[in-house]
Design a protein around this ligand. Structure first.
Ligand code: ZN
Ligand code: ZN
Length: 473
């Protein structure tokens, strides 16, 4: 769940009266090999004495009418129903016998009403949560809950065992964020879309940080002109000896046998951390099959230039509640005049909650550009060489570093809990020729189809909505 939603729920459950209170969370769902996640989309607070009343069997209960209304809503929206209440205590919590008995009485019917749910219950203490989740396949205990904000936190039913001592390799890390911080990093699965200049830097740094699992997505091969920027790429990767030949035929052969950028990235990552798991995906996030490989990452970097990939990235963030960041550089050149315009690099964190700076709300996914890209794709493929000669934008490694470093630092600070309370992860734009670092305030469209809470939005629907990928051939 996102932090604003958690805060609203928490304030309702723990107003300071040490009594029990209730609510319902309406959630989407994401199922992958890594596990099943319920994605909190809305919280509906039960009014004390009206919706949440003294129970006939337990201490208090949601009224039958409240349950019926909310479960009907979940059924109509094809979402999951989770009843919530609170117990006393701080970092340890579990259901009472009365709680469990009421689940056994009520949930088989609720599963039917909601077309298989899942349905279930969560019980919160101030810093803990336990869950009893019912699905047509069986009954499951909630392992943990994740609260996504500038500090990403996990809540468990009981206090965690002390973390292992960090590997001596990470001694200097552990002095900053503790053995726990290092353990958190090693447990992360992080996606990188685009492993060119910016993405290859992100990859190098993530693997040196000790991130345990990287999913790299790129379909491109290394070209000679990438060598000054793509970390780890060699002249051999670029088939430089063929690219340098005069004959187009040899050049084409060189392009065809050059290394994929994701394979270079895998080599770099393994050199930095032999224990890393690296999924090298030769593909395009515009294809649904590829995009779906990113639905269970803990964090997502977008380091590709296309507007279409921004569309998919933005959807992954909001539909699957995955925090992410987009990086890039823009160096406008007036070809006729031969002058360089106002160059800037951007670091744009995109947190999966409304008002936090969705790329669509910031008008960074213009429909006209989407169309342009879709239309010219065929042409571009056939004239690729000509195009890369003529339209390639200026690009320099030191510019890429400016946006990539802030982005990886944001991720590291979020997951190790180093950011101060209330830090605002605004977009940062660095106008490099003025040496001027500026921030862009959050913009949110209340009807945004990605990040808003309107009935039509895809936010937190997970697998229950389609990703905006291109139609399958
Ligand atoms: Zn209870
Ligand atoms: Zn939005």
């Amino acid at each position: 769940m996102d932090e604003p939603l958690y805060r609203r729920l928490h304030n309702h459950l723990f107003p300071g009266d040490y009594d029990e209170h209730g609510a319902v969370i309406v959630a989407g769902i994401s199922e992958t090999e890594r596990g099943t996640r319920l994605l909190a989309r809305e919280v509906l607070l039960a009014r004390d004495g009206i919706d949440y009343v003294p129970g006939t069997r337990g201490y208090r209960a949601l009224t039958a009418q409240f349950v019926a209304e909310q479960s009907d809503y979940c059924a109509a929206q094809n979402l999951c129903y989770l009843a919530v209440h609170c117990h006393g205590g701080l970092d340890s919590v579990g259901f009472s016998g009365d709680d469990m008995a009421s689940h056994e009485r009520g949930y088989p019917a609720l599963l039917d009403i909601t077309n298989g749910g899942p349905v279930g219950a969560l019980v919160f203490a101030r810093e803990a949560v336990a869950g009893d989740i019912w699905t047509p396949q069986g009954r499951f205990e909630l392992d943990h809950a994740t609260v996504i904000g500038p500090r990403v936190r996990q809540l468990y039913p009981n206090p965690r065992p002390r973390p292992r001592h960090a590997d001596p390799v990470y001694d200097r890390h552990a002095r900053l964020f503790g053995d726990l911080g290092q353990e958190i990093l090693s447990g992360l699965k992080v996606g990188i879309i685009g492993l060119g200049g910016g993405g290859s830097l992100v990859n190098e740094w993530l693997s040196r940080l000790g991130v345990g699992h990287i999913v790299g997505v790129d379909f491109d091969r290394v070209e000679v002109s990438n060598l000054p920027r793509v970390i780890g790429a060699t002249r051999w990767d670029a088939m430089a000896w063929l690219a340098g030949r005069r004959s187009k035929w040899w050049q084409e052969l060189g392009r065809r046998f050059a290394s994929r950028k994701v394979h270079v990235a895998r080599r770099v990552a393994r050199r930095a951390n032999p224990d890393i798991r690296f999924d090298a995906i030769v593909g395009n996030v515009l294809d649904e099959r590829t995009a779906r490989l990113l639905t269970d990452v803990d964090f997502l970097f977008l380091a590709s230039d296309s507007i279409q990939s921004r569309l998919v990235f933005n959807a992954l963030v909001h539909q699957y509640l995955i925090p992410g960041v987009q990086i890039g550089a823009k160096v406008p050149v007036d070809r006729k005049a031969g002058t360089v315009g106002d160059a800037f690099v951007a670091t744009r964190p995109v947190l999966p909650y409304a008002g936090a700076g969705c790329l669509s709300c910031h008008e960074l996914i213009p429909a006209s550009r989407l169309q342009e890209e879709a239309l010219s794709e065929g042409e571009r493929r056939s004239q690729r060489y000509v195009e890369s000669e003529e339209v390639a934008e200026p690009s320099v490694i030191t510019l890429n570093v400016l946006s990539a470093a802030q982005a990886v630092n944001d991720m590291m600070m979020m997951f190790t809990g180093l950011y101060h309370d209330g830090v605002n992860l605004r977009h940062q734009i660095n106008f490099v020729r003025e040496r001027l670092l500026t921030e862009v305030g959050p913009m949110a469209d209340e009807f945004c189809l990605d990040c808003s809470d309107t009935v039509r939005s895809l936010r937190a629907r997970g697998d229950r909505a389609r990703l905006p990928c291109r139609a399958r051939a």
